[in-house]
Design a protein around this ligand. Structure first.
Ligand SMILES: Cc1cc2nc3c(=O)[nH]c(=O)nc-3n(C[C@H](O)[C@H](O)[C@H](O)COP(=O)(O)OP(=O)(O)OC[C@H]3O[C@@H](n4cnc5c(N)ncnc54)[C@H](O)[C@@H]3O)c2cc1C
Length: 443
């Protein structure tokens, strides 16, 4: 019988397991993942067509999505509701504890930087924007892999790890009986940390235990590619910035700003979206800067949110990897960008996409949010945004519908916990990891 079984070896599950070994060396702990161990996660495909994984190694396996660019933002301003759930101070302390642990496994090779600037905050307010700030440890894909490998080696000697294991059902009696492809496991407590990739499975398991999800959030937005020096006035104080605009009918926030980065295709939920790639991921820097302006909306269920994403992004994709790009001046004049104007554009697109007219492709609210945001941004930087700025439709960020948990992340089923992104409370590496530490301390 295990004391604690953690299902999902992403950042939240790993940090929880780590903390349990520190606090309860006598506990019998099992960490199960349906994917592979880190060294076996080999998919390098940049497109779905090129990927031959049954369950793609890019998203599944030890490290979870922490195997991505590994950008740990230490903030309550964005990246989840951990601060609201357990208190901002506690959440802040835990995120710094995550950083300390990362550093002890080699994360300190990546420099810590901060995006706080009182002057910028003041100027942004005058222009009708709010600046969201953070401290960042950006590991990058390679270092992220090394850090998680070291964490794996640390855990391997202290807990049991089962990979490539399917879990068919979880039953609650005196203890939990977990029916897996490799036999039946018994555990006193069960923690689900299956992130976004395990959402369908998680909802099924929770439904069988009588737990039903609530409303779900979906962020959609246009990815913007501008002249590299356009935001110089803001970025001379910080490497990147996050700006927020709030109006009566919408609010929007910039996401994943990449000075000198490129735009690449992101494949998720059977949809193809423009995604930002940091300059550190390539040998050759681009002379552009990119970010997405996301507008969040809330739906009564995850299915409804997914349906909207499919309607909006799927309609653009047309069952291919089609992404549409339009120049800012064409959007403002309500005219189509042609491939000829795009060829002559002074801002060279870093993504191969189809020139077109976003007005015909994207719901009006996202374009309105973008244009109103640009008006404020022009005021903030004191210059016009280049009319040849490129706008790509359209990016999406998906969230889990929340299954209610108490302030210890425990569900109504006693002994069953949900942590990380599958709890619907975190949407970032640092907050997911911090939720793992917190729950380990509370269990
Ligand atoms: C492309 C991309 C890039 C991102 N980059 C960043 C970034 O740079 N910074 C940032 O803060 N956030 C980033 N995010 C968000 C961040 O990755 C997540 O918030 C974070 O990884 C959530 O951690 P988690 O432990 O909850 O879930 P995950 O990291 O997704 O881990 C879930 C784990 O559960 C396993 N699993 C799933 N289903 C099952 C099942 N049925 N049985 C057993 N195991 C299962 C998976 O294999 C996986 O290991 C990014 C997200 C994406 C999609």
């Amino acid at each position: 019988m295990y004391d604690v079984t953690i299902i999902g070896a992403g950042v939240s599950g790993i940090f929880m397991a780590y903390q349990l070994t520190e606090l309860h060396p006598d506990f019998k702990i099992l960490l199960i993942d349906k994917g592979k161990e880190l060294s076996e996660r080999k998919c390098k495909a940049r497109s779905k067509q090129m990927c031959s994984c049954d369950v793609c190694d890019q998203y599944i396996g030890f490290g979870g999505l922490g195997k991505s660019e590994g950008k740990f933002n230490y903030t309550n301003d964005f990246g989840g509701n951990l601060g609201r759930k357990i208190g901002s101070d506690r959440a802040g302390e835990l995120m710094w504890e995550v950083d300390r642990i990362l550093c002890s496994f080699g994360g300190d090779g990546a420099e810590l930087y901060h995006t706080h600037s009182p002057e910028l905050k003041r100027d942004a307010k005058k222009a009708g924007l709010e600046v969201l700030t953070t401290s960042v440890r950006h590991l990058g894909t390679k270092r992220s892999g090394l850090v998680f490998q070291k964490m794996y080696e640390f855990l391997r000697g202290r807990i049991e790890l089962h990979f490539e294991t399917d879990i068919y059902s979880i039953e609650k009696a005196e203890c939990f009986n977990i029916i897996t492809s490799k036999g039946i496991i018994q555990s006193k407590k069960v923690v689900l940390s299956t992130g976004n990739s395990g959402s369908e499975w998680m909802y099924d398991q929770c439904a069988q235990l009588g737990l039903l999800p609530g409303p779900a959030r979906l962020d959609l937005g246009i990815r913007v590619e501008m002249r590299g020096n356009q935001l110089q006035a803001l970025l001379k104080q910080t490497f990147e910035t996050k700006l927020h605009i709030k109006r009566e009918t919408f609010e929007a926030t910039t996401y994943c700003m990449n000075p000198n980065g490129r735009i690449i295709r992101k494949y998720q939920h059977n949809l193809v979206m423009p995604d930002g790639q940091n300059k550190r991921e390539r040998d050759e820097a681009s002379s552009n800067l990119n970010f997405t302006l996301f507008v969040p909306t809330f739906y009564s269920s995850k299915e409804e949110a997914d349906q909207v994403a499919n309607q909006v992004i799927g309609r653009i994709n047309r069952d291919t990897d089609r992404i549409v790009v339009q120049r800012l001046q064409d959007l403002r004049k309500k005219q189509t960008t042609t491939s000829e104007t795009l060829r002559l554009n002074s801002i060279v697109p870093s993504l191969d996409s189809v020139a077109g007219n976003l007005i015909k492709e994207v719901p009006h609210i996202y374009l309105r949010a973008l244009l109103e945001f640009f008006d404020c941004l022009e005021q903030l930087i004191g210059e016009q945004i280049d009319e040849e700025t490129l706008l790509y439709g359209m990016d999406g960020k998906f969230y889990e519908a929340k299954i209610p948990t108490n302030d210890h992340f425990e569900t109504k089923v006693s002994g069953l916990f949900l942590i990380g992104d599958c709890s619907g409370e975190t949407h970032s590496l640092s907050q997911a990891a911090a939720s793992g530490l917190y729950t380990a301390q509370m269990i």
